[in-house]
Design a protein around this ligand. Structure first.
Ligand code: AMP
Length: 415
């Protein structure tokens, strides 16, 4: 688990701001689920998923409850829906950390953040389109260009079951050619064998049956509307008939956003799909759902690779240099901050030279200087730290107003 320090931490905040803006324009509401849930919320995700069986941080609390740190948030959103029963369609977004006991490496951490959306209560393929498009729009808003969207459909639960049976038979017949790991996976979930990135498995997977032969007409029509909708709004995608998502509850449309600059084992920036059974499994009414989760840590690695969405520089606007006991810096900073100016100062009654050095390091455009004579006269000096112009003496009462107008005219000039 990592500390996220400045300026990266500012970038994290801004990432969520861009996401909030993107999904806010489509009317999604923020839900903040707890970090800790009853373990039953997550075991519903399926006993055949590593996230649940191997990677959860779970423990018995002081009240003898078996709880887990959330490994993802879709289950929590559905649990929240069952508890509060909002009107449908329910459109939610979330942002925050998840925990998985994985082997840490670049793009894979034990605490990682996700942003995501969920729509509960509609089977309409136009929901699938909106959800996929919003994820895409978000990547565009970050400035990423090297993202590939792959889509597939797992069909109805019945289609999926017939496909899984066919896959099982096929992989059984080629069992000797599979890696030992995939032989194990086959025992638990034949679909997941398709996810294997091991070279030994590649030729076997290449000849595996494809899901589209198992789509019933209803599933095929739903998927066709989704594809046509994406075409209509210019969201580029590739069809990947071997795309299966990790969690067991997915059915119908599934999709993944892949980062072109990342290693193939960690190239999924995000993904999602339909999960029409999860709410009912959690004790709610039969309610279809569709959503995605996008990994923040990994998406920022892709941004680094593409040189976009750089960490913002968080410079001070003004640095207050107080040559006296520091009490003028207190009142001046208070006034400036109340006026919306980012104002910093030194402590420990440091020398004028040391304070000017700190002012330059802060990145502030202006220094405000208050020495003995300014203090007596009730004035302050404004010095532009990036030009040679004469410093300006202003009455203390006019200081905030003067700086606000100087800063806003500079901002106007630069935009
Ligand atoms: P998932 O919930 O497994 O479908 O993952 C959705 C997205 O979350 C992935 O595409 C990654 O971007 C991100 N993600 C999942 N697990 C991790 C992890 N251990 N570390 C960093 N990011 C992760």
């Amino acid at each position: 688990m990592r500390d996220i320090t400045a300026p990266e931490s500012f970038r994290w905040r801004r990432f969520v701001d861009v996401f909030e803006h993107t999904v806010g324009l489509a009317g999604y509401d923020l839900v903040i689920p707890p970090l800790l849930e009853d373990i039953g919320v997550f075991t519903r995700l399926g006993e055949a998923t590593d996230v649940v069986t191997k990677e959860m941080y779970d423990f018995v609390d002081k009240g003898e409850r078996h709880v887990a740190l959330r490994p993802e948030q879709t289950a929590s959103i559905c649990r929240s829906f069952v508890e509060h029963r909002p009107t449908t369609p329910f459109k939610a977004w979330y942002a925050g950390p998840n925990f998985r006991y994985e082997k840490p490496q670049r793009g894979r951490y034990r605490q990682f953040d996700q942003v995501g959306i969920e729509v509960l209560g509609s089977l309409d393929p136009y929901v699938d389109i909106e959800v996929i498009q919003l994820g895409w729009t978000f990547f565009v808003a970050l400035g990423l260009r090297n993202v590939e969207l792959a889509i597939n459909s797992l069909g109805t639960p019945d289609d999926r079951a017939r496909y899984v049976a066919a896959l099982h038979d096929y992989f059984e017949s080629r069992n000797a050619d599979l890696s030992p790991e995939s032989q194990q996976t086959l025992l638990r979930n034949p679909l997941r064998v398709l996810d294997s990135k091991r070279s030994q498995d590649a030729p076997v997977i290449a000849e595996a049956p494809l899901i589209n032969s198992y789509w019933c007409s209803e599933a095929a029509e739903h998927f066709e509307v989704v594809c046509e909708g994406l075409n209509a709004v210019g969201v580029p995608y590739t069809l990947d008939l071997k795309l299966v998502r990790g969690l067991d509850y997915y059915r119908g449309t599934t999709f993944e956003y892949r980062g072109g600059t990342l290693d193939s084992a960690q190239n999924a920036l995000g993904g999602g799909g339909r999960y029409d059974g999860l709410v009912a499994d959690l004790g709610g009414p039969d309610t279809p759902g569709v959503g995605f989760a996008i990994g923040l840590d990994r998406t920022l690695l892709a941004c680094d690779d593409e040189n976009v969405f750089a960490a913002p520089s968080e410079n001070a606007d003004v640095f207050v240099v107080d040559i006296g006991d520091g009490s003028d810096a207190l009142t001046v900073c208070t006034e400036l901050r109340a006026g919306g100016i980012r104002a910093e100062r030194s402590w420990d009654q440091r020398s004028m030279k040391a304070q000017m050095k700190a002012a330059n390091r802060s990145g502030a455009r202006f220094a405000v200087l208050i020495g003995e004579s300014e203090r007596e006269a009730g004035t302050a000096l404004i010095r532009d730290l990036r030009s040679d112009e004469e410093q300006l003496s202003v009455a203390r009462a006019d200081l905030t107003g003067t700086l606000i107008s100087r800063l806003s005219s500079l901002q106007g000039a630069s935009s």
